[in-house]
Design a protein around this ligand. Structure first.
Ligand code: ADE
Length: 248
């Protein structure tokens, strides 16, 4: 999968060279390119923002550098149409289902807005652009970040770890909290490793039994319990047969 990121803070993305994603880049499972939006400005001060039409607080990122940056990225490969991802708290919520769905996209381009956001005509233009595969305006949760950079890191990691080969043990991905395939949306229960007793606290007996069926049943029960305790919203959804939020 190819991943491009446009930002005024390219250094924000140095963590992508670490750990799981760093290895995925090194082995060619993902190809990440980070671009500085200011390289697509033409004034002395490399201006990327201006005051909002209609008044109000803050600044809005102008369409000109965005258009030039995104066009130059799309022009690097005319055989594949990229999807434009615009992180914004006003977007549809990005969840595990979205992460899974996005794994089949060959090329994602993340546009990291700052200030009050990006001029709305940028998304409007690329929705209709024939050399692009669509625009997804998405939020990672109901809180407001200072910009799209942290949200992009979150989404890139959530998607990339689901790509075949990125995580060594496939079942550690399929057994995840929220993973597709189970009837209910559940979070994972507790996990344990050695020693068998630590500060007077024992590991639950069933996990030492070697009884695979009993262990699986116990884990399923713990997942239901934890979901009811920590995520009553999910527990209520699975009781009513509802399926998550809006598709992004
Ligand atoms: N930019 C600012 N807040 C955001 C959020 N919650 N999700 C995605 N992008 C954002």
């Amino acid at each position: 999968m190819r991943i491009d990121v446009v930002t005024i803070f390219p250094d924000y993305f140095t963590p992508l060279a670490l750990s799981l994603l760093g290895k995925a880049s090194a082995t060619g499972l993902i190809e990440v390119r980070v671009h500085d939006l200011r390289a697509f400005t033409h004034d002395r001060h490399n201006t990327v923002d201006d005051t909002p039409y209609g008044g109000g607080p803050g600044m809005v990122m102008g369409p000109q550098p965005w258009g030039e940056a995104l066009d130059s990225i799309a022009a690097t490969n005319k055989d594949v149409r990229p999807v434009l991802v615009v992180p914004t708290p006003s977007g549809a919520v990005f969840d595990q289902g979205a992460a899974q769905a996005w794994t089949t996209d060959p090329w994602l381009v993340f546009a990291c807005g700052r200030y009050e956001g990006i001029d709305a005509r940028v998304a409007q233009h690329y929705v209709a652009a024939s050399d692009w595969a669509g625009v997804r305006e998405v939020g990672i949760g109901d809180y407001v970040l200072a910009g799209g950079e942290a949200a992009t890191l979150v989404m890139v990691e959530a998607v990339a770890r689901l790509l075949p080969g990125v995580v060594g043990n496939e079942s550690s991905v399929t057994d995840d909290s929220f993973a597709a395939g189970s009837m209910a949306q559940l979070v994972e229960g507790p996990v344990y490793t050695k020693p068998q007793e630590w500060r007077g606290l024992p590991v639950p007996e069933v996990l030492l039994s070697g009884h695979h069926g009993q262990i699986a049943d116990w884990r399923a029960g713990q997942a239901r319990l934890r979901t009811a305790q920590m995520r009553p919203d999910l527990a209520a959804e699975s009781a009513t047969g509802q399926q998550g939020g809006r598709q992004v």
